[in-house]
Design a protein around this ligand. Structure first.
Ligand code: NDP
Length: 327
């Protein structure tokens, strides 16, 4: 038996409980894993509170990411004792995830845990950190550099935003953080932000072309915030769009794209091929300032995952929730 969060819905009634599960109930997979740490991402908060249709079959164990040790393997690349990290692939949505002491996954989904991180540190970064690195890599691949101007990070005090601010500052960018939390300015400056702007100034409809400012943007918000960020992006700049914290809509025109050559780079962490995942995790291990772990992380036991999910949904959270599962 092992402990797991189990989400269920029958006759439209949702239930989330932490309970003992028999290993025989685990879904098919070619690696049996001990999960040491998981984390709470926005998507996990949606699933744990049934706030959006994230879960595609019931019952479901949530947890879109995890890190730990291989217990058993029928996969050529993995053997007992190997250390792993996993993100996405539909785990916690259509395949049982990592808010549980055990997981049965496909070996093809796992990435070797970078030697520089332990499982806890990997999950402080988690899917948010890995997505932030994908966005930073998309900006670099576009060819814009810190010498070209400033970078804007939206939803800056959240998980993706916090890691993006830190990574971009380390790469030499002048980072401007957009945040709705007036009391987060000190935190964002400690992460590396040179300036903090009030989210309210970007949250309503604006003109499709505004005064040019940003060489690059990492956007976690969507909706008007993304539209206004595109409207202020300089000629030839790039906007890496990865989130929908404000909304799924994108109320703008093609003007920034056809009159200023702005590129909208979509970031999807869930279905990235293995090579891109390894590259992002290797870059995180090389570049992330480990002194920031203590600043970003809020650690909690598995039993507190649902309470923390509620605080994410209420917009009260800052940084990253790392969940101690089985150590
Ligand atoms: P968090 O909940 O940690 O952070 C979201 C941040 O967005 C908040 O901290 C807040 O920052 C800001 N925010 C909250 N509510 C609103 C609002 N109504 N309008 C505008 N901004 C708001 O989430 P994550 O950082 O984990 O994820 C951010 C987004 O990225 C989510 O939409 C998530 O689904 C998405 N995502 C996408 C991935 C992908 O593969 N494309 C992978 C991972 C995440 P502040 O107060 O500082 O403004």
């Amino acid at each position: 038996m092992f402990k797991a969060w189990v989400l269920n819905k029958s006759d439209g009634v949702f239930d989330a409980s932490l309970r003992d599960v028999d290993e025989a109930e685990l879904p098919d997979g070619d690696v049996l894993l001990r999960v040491e740490y998981s984390s709470l991402n926005y998507k996990d908060a949606l699933a744990l509170t049934d706030s959006a249709p994230v879960v595609r079959k019931w019952p479901m164990v949530p947890g879109i990411d995890g890190a730990g040790v291989v217990l058993e393997s029928r996969h050529a690349a993995w053997k007992p004792g190997d250390r792993w990290v996993v993100n996405g692939w539909g785990i916690g949505e259509s395949h049982w995830g990592c808010l549980a002491e055990r997981a049965s996954l496909k070996g093809d989904w796992l990435v070797p845990l970078p030697a520089r991180f332990d499982a806890r540190e990997a999950m402080i970064l988690g899917t948010a950190g890995y997505t932030a690195m994908l966005a930073v890599q998309a900006i670099a691949a576009h060819g814009v550099r810190p010498e070209d101007g400033e970078v804007l990070v939206t939803g800056a005090s959240g998980g993706v935003g916090s890691v993006a601010v830190s990574l971009l500052a380390r790469r030499g960018w002048r980072v401007v953080a957009l945040s709705g939390k007036p009391d987060a300015s000190g935190y964002l400056q400690e992460l590396g932000a040179a300036e903090v702007l009030d989210r309210a100034a970007y949250s309503a409809a604006g003109k499709p072309l505004q005064k040019e400012r940003w060489a690059a943007v990492v956007d976690t918000a969507g909706s008007h915030i993304l539209a206004n960020a595109c409207a202020q992006t300089r000629w030839g700049g790039v906007v890496a769009a990865c989130g929908l914290a404000q909304g799924m809509d994108f109320p703008t025109t093609v003007a920034p794209f056809i009159l200023r050559g702005v590129t909208l780079a979509g970031i999807d962490s869930v279905m990235q091929p293995l090579a891109a995942r390894r590259s992002a995790w290797t870059a995180l291990a090389d570049e992330f300032d480990t002194a920031q772990f203590a600043r970003i992380a809020h650690q909690l036991p598995l039993r507190d995952a649902r309470d923390a999910a509620l605080s994410i949904m209420q917009g009260r959270s800052r940084g990253r929730y790392v969940v101690e599962v089985d150590v």
